[in-house]
Design a protein around this ligand. Structure first.
Ligand SMILES: CC(C)(COP(=O)(O)OP(=O)(O)OC[C@H]1O[C@@H](n2cnc3c(N)ncnc32)[C@H](O)[C@@H]1OP(=O)(O)O)[C@@H](O)C(=O)NCCC(=O)NCCS
Length: 179
């Protein structure tokens, strides 16, 4: 379903206060209270599932980093960054996934959307990725439901390019950015 962005506009001043805070035992609970609109629920899993998946990933000795997206002290969203092969891949692994970073999950709570937080979170995510916490990599990739117009527009504006040759019916559309 195609969505139309409402007229309300983000403020650059507000976004100066946006920061990524690593998730730990002090703040994980706040993430479980953030949610998206009913019309967006098919676009991603709940944050509590993502936190469980992050735990399982770490237990296997693989990299994942979860962040709360905060405006000053207010939690407005959740971000999860991965590296290398992740559990969502099946069969052959494309070159842009192997030894690459990925924006695994991103959500802005329904009460804080359309204010520029998503854009600022992607900018901060890429800034973090470009510190290469797992070593140098050529690509950052992500994926979204093909009908998720907001995600598609947002990521395209940062230079992510869709890779439809790797799209499988019923799965998410992958998109890649050269770092
Ligand atoms: C996608 C999402 C993270 C965007 O966050 P946001 O804070 O609302 O977005 P912003 O206000 O920063 O807008 C950034 C850009 O997103 C796009 N966008 C946001 N809402 C949109 C909408 N309803 N329709 C089309 N494009 C939209 C626009 O390109 C916008 O850029 P602009 O301000 O220059 O027009 C948010 O809508 C969300 O959490 N959605 C549900 C979860 C989800 O789909 N996550 C991505 C899964 S991969």
């Amino acid at each position: 379903m195609k969505s139309t962005k409402p007229a309300s506009k983000s403020s650059e001043d507000r976004n100066k206060n946006v920061r990524l805070v690593k998730i730990d035992t002090d703040n994980f609970d706040a993430m479980t209270h953030l949610s998206v609109d009913d019309t967006q629920k098919g676009f991603l899993v709940e944050n509590i599932y993502s936190l469980a998946e992050a735990y399982a990933t770490l237990a296997e000795g693989r990299f994942v980093q979860c962040f709360g997206i905060y405006d000053k002290e207010i939690p407005v969203g959740f971000l999860m960054i991965g590296y290398d092969y992740t559990s969502c891949c099946r069969g052959e692994v494309p070159d842009f996934i192997r030894n690459s970073y990925n924006i695994w999950r991103l959500m802005i709570d329904k009460n804080f959307q359309n204010r520029g937080y998503g854009r600022e979170a992607v900018r901060l995510a890429l800034e973090y990725i470009r510190t290469f916490p797992c070593g140098k990599a050529e690509y950052c990739w992500l994926s979204y439901e093909p009908e998720n117009e907001a995600a598609k527009q947002l990521y395209r504006s940062f230079g992510f390019e869709e890779r439809p040759e790797w799209y499988l019916e019923g799965c998410e559309m992958p998109a890649v950015l050269k770092l």
